[in-house]
Write a protein that binds this ligand. Structure first.
Ligand code: ZN
Length: 152
């Protein structure tokens, strides 16, 4: 059976937006709103993200590009840096919103490692499109198995 990243044949990972719990919807909605602020003047690829800390605060981010390209930063890392800079270091859940017609936009490898730095357990990652009908519900351990953890 053919499979694709939209999860057409993998119902376990795809949920209807309308069936999600209110806290998941709240995160996705916050990510959609943050996406509107994306500074994506070069790629035109707008991304929004929102995370909830283990103490219930929500922080949002959008991608911020740069004319020199390499200083650009993803929406997920903006949200995490906002949380950390305000004194919050434990993520409970995170949402990512972008639009690609034929696939969901999962966090890049750098962001997966960045997310894993700020949680001590598996956490849900909601991957949605700006007008969400279906949502890819995954987790940091699924996206980054055997994550790098430095010995301190
Ligand atoms: Zn990224």
């Amino acid at each position: 059976m053919e499979s694709d990243i939209n999860g057409t044949y993998d119902g376990a990972n795809i949920q209807e937006y309308s069936s999600l719990d209110p806290m998941a919807k709240e995160l996705i909605d916050a990510a959609i709103k943050a996406r509107n602020n994306a500074y994506a003047v070069y790629s035109k690829f707008q991304v929004g993200s929102a995370l909830r800390t283990t103490t219930g605060e929500i922080f949002t981010g959008c991608n911020v590009e740069n004319g020199a390209f390499s200083p650009s930063i993803c929406a997920e890392r903006v949200a995490i840096c906002k949380a950390v800079s305000e004194g919050y270091r434990e993520i409970a859940a995170i949402a990512v919103v972008a639009y690609q017609e034929h696939s969901f936009t999962t966090p890049c490898g750098v962001c997966r490692q960045f997310i894993s730095e700020f949680t001590r357990k598996d956490i849900p990652i909601y991957v949605a499109k700006p007008a969400p009908v279906r949502v890819l519900v995954t987790s940091i351990y699924k996206l980054l198995p055997m994550n790098f953890v430095p010995i301190l």
